[in-house]
Design a protein around this ligand. Structure first.
Ligand code: AKG
Ligand code: FE2
Length: 460
């Protein structure tokens, strides 16, 4: 049986929900091939504390493999009074607290099966999971442990931090952030326009020089599969020689990080109980793009509280997944789904941040929530911030319909999102209505299933 650190407090007793009204009271259950009993326990507990079924459903994850151990984290949480709520504008569970009666919320999180290790619980309680992917081979115990941590963190936050020194070593990091990006963004505006991918529209080509948005960003679609597209673009940016070093750097990043991305997506989907063939089919249905971004250095006037300036508003990505590499200047923050707090993700060398977008929430039947995130850059130091993202989305020309994976829908997890056309969803996201909802939940407005009582299945 896997060992998990005790949730006891310093006095050696398990904290009681009554004595910590605004904080988490939690306990855990370790199961060994006994999930039906566990389910029965949950159902009876639900009756006893009268937690709404929606809350029970939201944090999910009973794998059906009865041969393996199942580790669950059970969190009991009392709602915060509305008056102390810091994020009343967000359309997140916590924001509905004031509507909820003062009973106890029940969160269930599947911590993984197989040899899931102690670190998962600790990391989940402290924030986002962090996993070292170096030299991991599928099928080994290390892989199984990593899968448990990745799955738990994705299910809880829609996000996990990866230590991936193999994919982003010091040499590539220097080539990318020390040379390729500075050279690209130093080009005059007209030079960048010449890239031919110019548009000041949403996430299609070069974006920059937009009043009130201090960032510039350039996408390189299909960089790993079709390096010729990077060379074409670079040929227009640097007509003299096409900057071969730049191309080599972008393609190397794309190839390395795409490999990591696919491995992590596989871990999460398998961790949730998807079949190998479904996962393979899903991965083959996606395209990718590398996007390089520069956030201008904020001025003193831009500073909000805490000496940081908002550089990118809170949002969820509309595509499938995003892997983000930050460099030296931090700023990425993800929102804790449980209480609305913003958790900073520091730019540690060799780390990549893996996050779910709306398409992934549809495919996983809401068992992985799309990650709400934003960027706030420090004013002190007056430095710009670089980040590089690898975005994955449903391939153009493939099946345009996004739907939940069959295995991830069952009695315990009824369909959460209706099948939807990814292009239509993208168009909706950039429509006036979608923009209005961007800090709330546009996916919910677009295709969330409504239950028989006419209520959305989200916690309300
Ligand atoms: O730069 C970052 O760290 C995040 C960028 C981002 O969220 C986006 O481009 O959608
Ligand atoms: Fe984003």
């Amino acid at each position: 049986m896997a060992e998990i650190p005790s949730p006891m407090n310093s006095s050696g007793s398990i904290p009681s929900p009554m004595s910590s009204f605004n904080s988490l009271f939690w306990s855990y259950i370790i199961m060994e091939s006994k999930w039906p009993k566990f389910l029965y326990f949950c159902l009876s507990l639900r009756c006893v504390i009268a937690a709404p079924t929606k809350l029970v459903d939201h944090e999910h994850g009973v794998s059906r493999n009865k041969q393996q151990k199942h580790v669950f984290l059970v969190q009991l949480q009392t709602p915060r009074p509305a008056s102390s709520h810091p994020h009343t504008k967000q359309d997140l569970p916590c924001c509905q607290c004031h509507k909820a009666p003062p009973f106890v919320f029940l969160h269930l999180t599947h911590m993984g099966s197989g040899n899931g290790e102690a670190t998962t619980t600790k990391q989940l309680m402290e924030g986002i999971g962090k996993v070292d992917l170096s030299r991991l081979e599928p099928g080994t115990p290390g892989w199984t442990r990593a899968r448990a941590t990745v799955t738990a963190s994705m299910a809880a936050h829609g996000c996990v931090v990866l230590l991936a020194h193999d994919a982003l070593d010091e040499k590539l990091r220097r080539a990318l952030f020390g040379r390729a990006l500075p050279e690209l963004f130093a080009l005059p505006f007209d030079g960048k326009k010449r890239s031919g991918a110019f548009s000041n529209g949403p996430h299609i080509g070069y974006e920059g020089q937009v009043p009130a948005v201090a960032l510039e960003t350039v996408p390189f679609p299909d960089a790993a599969d079709d390096p010729g597209t990077v060379r074409d673009l670079a040929g227009r940016l640097w007509p003299d020689d096409g900057n071969p070093d730049f191309c080599e750097t972008i393609v190397a990043f794309a190839k390395n990080v795409l490999e990591v991305e696919a491995a992590v997506e596989r871990m999460v989907l398998e961790g949730l109980g998807a079949r190998e063939e479904s996962v393979a089919k899903h991965l083959a249905s996606q395209s990718h793009a590398v996007r390089v971004t520069l956030y201008g250095a904020p001025g003193e006037d831009d500073a909000g509280g805490g000496g940081v300036a908002l550089a990118l508003h809170a949002h969820r990505d509309e595509h499938m997944t995003t892997v983000i590499a930050q460099h030296e200047v931090g700023g990425l923050e993800v929102q804790d789904i449980r209480d609305g707090r913003w958790l900073p993700v520091p730019p540690e060398p060799g780390t990549l941040v893996f996050m779910a977008g709306d398409q992934f929430a549809v495919v996983t039947n809401g068992r992985v929530p799309a990650c709400m995130h934003r960027v706030r850059t420090p004013v002190a130091g007056g430095r710009g911030r670089f980040s590089v993202q690898l975005c994955r989305r449903r391939r153009e020309g493939g099946d345009p319909v996004l739907r939940a994976m069959e295995e991830l829908v069952d009695e315990e997890h009824p369909l959460m999102y209706r099948p939807c056309n990814h292009k239509e969803y993208r168009a909706f996201r950039y429509s006036e209505e979608g923009q209005r909802l961007r800090e709330r939940d546009p996916l919910k407005a677009f295709c969330r299933v409504v239950d028989k009582l006419g209520a959305s299945m989200e916690m309300e």
